[in-house]
Ligand binder design. Structure first.
Ligand code: UD1
Ligand code: CA
Length: 456
């Protein structure tokens, strides 16, 4: 079956009261439009046309998936939006799946069910419907006495009787391409909103003798349309619990799902444990047996197995196996931590590589630095990487020992096996195997304190 998808995403989304186009509002860390595109891809559709209009450039720039864009310069309604894709489909004789950019919870399985039903029935249109408790705002499905769908009537255009119908149009349909574009020629904007409604195509198809059908969605929550921020939060909650459920089913322990937030693209290995208050977002991948949280924010982190992170923030970094981080560490973009590295409390690391087995256990700032293997960085060590104008690099060789409260003034190199005495401010390179101490000589005055105390 040859299928193309047209995804409608040109509307402003007035009810969002936002400067951001509606379809870019995020759900579980991803623009809602991307969720819809992913559902189409998941249903096996590779030809995806997205109709953009309001904020078109911003929408195109924010979506990271391979689609064909088409512009609807004036938003004259959903029917008019679909017409904009016609020039791209002139020789196309297959089926067209129409989706809305604002129904982000739709699953690939439901789309497959709709496509199969459409294919088998030979109808000109098959609409995905849902039976809901509160149909307000949605288009209503009107059937004839034999149960055949004859029409969709918008909420604003519906009669009192029609408003009572609780089978609604989800805004998702499958059409025979030729029948769709022929019918679009015959719709008019004579309705409450003065728009070209895609929904009017149904009655045109019926009038011209085409067959209509409907598939009822099993879980109506999949098709909720996001029109305002209350619905946005509802969709977030639904998708969030679905994501958490999938991780738990796949062998991840989540101690408190109520306070755990995991983005839709995150991967976590089995037997990992997610403690309360943890946010894992963006392009994150954790291995098996990790213990993440409590109270941590992990963004774009690629990590191995048996990684432990508590009360810490990690952004755009890569982490080896057996690494422990925190409590209260801040790992900033461009950091690479080798296997079995330990980063302890109140440590900030930025754009640095720490090789395997090294430790930065307490109260340090490490920036633009390469730390070799099995290095110990004493408490309070600071790399002074910034001279007020530009950033400079620090390099520390394998097995070096950096005493507490050291300042490493970059650019500077500390050789392998070197030792830096506590409290040193290192401004010159230290050769391999050397001891470097930079501090005032200690003076001792015997009995001085005893005498002072006696005078009191
Ligand atoms: C639409 C349906 C309604 C259905 C509901 C399901 C119509 C006329 N109504 O109503 O029957 O119950 O979806 O959620 O189709 N868009 C454009 N260009 C336009 C207008 C809209 O691209 O000129 C896009 C919007 O960006 C949005 C989608 O089409 O993604 C739906 O538009 P929206 O205004 O939200 O339609 P609803 O009133 O929700
Ligand atoms: Ca809508």
């Amino acid at each position: 079956m040859d299928v193309a998808a047209i995804i409608l995403a040109a509307g402003k989304g007035t009810r969002m009261k936002s400067r951001l186009p509606k379809v870019l509002h995020g759900i579980c860390g991803r623009p809602m439009l991307e969720h819809v595109i992913c559902a189409a891809l998941g249903a096996g559709i590779s030809k995806n046309i997205v109709v953009v209009g309001h904020g078109a450039e911003m929408v195109k720039g924010s979506v990271k998936l391979d689609v064909t864009w088409v512009e609807q310069t004036e938003q004259l309604g959903t029917g008019h939006a679909v017409m904009q894709a016609e020039p791209l489909l002139t020789d196309f004789a297959g089926s067209i799946l129409v989706l809305c950019g604002d129904t982000p919870l739709i699953s690939p399985d439901t789309l497959k069910r709709l496509l199969n039903e459409h294919d088998e029935s030979g109808n000109s249109v098959t609409v995905l419907t849902a039976v809901v408790e509160d149909p307000s705002g949605y288009g209503r499905i009107i059937r004839d006495s034999g149960g055949l769908v004859t029409r969709i009537v918008e909420h604003r255009d519906a009669s009192a009787d029609e408003l009572k119908v609780n089978e609604i149009n989800t805004g998702i349909y499958c059409f025979a391409a030729k029948a769709l574009f022929a019918a679009l020629q015959n719709i008019s904007p004579a309705n409450a909103q003065g728009e070209y409604y895609l929904t009017d195509v149904l009655s045109v198809i019926v009038d011209t003798g085409g067959g209509t059908g409907a598939v009822n969605v099993e879980n109506a929550l999949e098709t909720i349309g996001i029109n305002d921020r209350v619905q946005l939060a509802a969709a977030e909650a639904l998708m969030r619990s679905k994501i958490l459920m999938a991780h738990m089913t796949a062998g991840v322990t989540i101690i408190d799902p109520n306070t755990t937030y995991i983005g839709s693209e995150v991967m976590i290995g089995c037997d990992s444990v997610i403690n309360p208050g943890t946010v894992i977002e963006g392009n994150c991948r954790f291995g098996e047996n990790c213990i993440l949280g409590p109270y941590s924010r992990l963004t774009d982190v690629i990590a191995g197995n048996a990684v432990m992170v508590q009360n810490s923030v990690i952004i755009d970094s890569s982490i080896g196996n057996g690494v422990t981080i925190g409590p209260f560490a801040y790992i900033r973009p461009g950091t690479v931590l080798g296997d079995n590295v330990k980063v302890g409390d109140f440590v900030e690391i930025k754009n640095s590589v720490v090789d395997k087995g090294s430790k930065v256990p307490h109260l340090s700032y490490i920036g633009d630095t390469h730390i070799g293997e099995r290095v110990n960085v004493g408490a309070g060590t600071i790399t002074c990487n910034y001279d007020g104008i530009r950033k400079w690099k620090t390099s520390i060789g394998n097995n070096a020992f950096i005493g507490s409260n050291t300042n490493l003034v970059a650019p500077v190199i500390v050789g392998e096996n070197a030792i830096i005495g506590a409290g040193s401010t290192v401004t010159k390179n230290v050769p391999d195997g050397a001891l470097c101490i930079e501090r005032g000589e200690q003076k001792v005055y015997p009995e001085w304190a005893t005498r002072k105390n006696k005078k009191k």
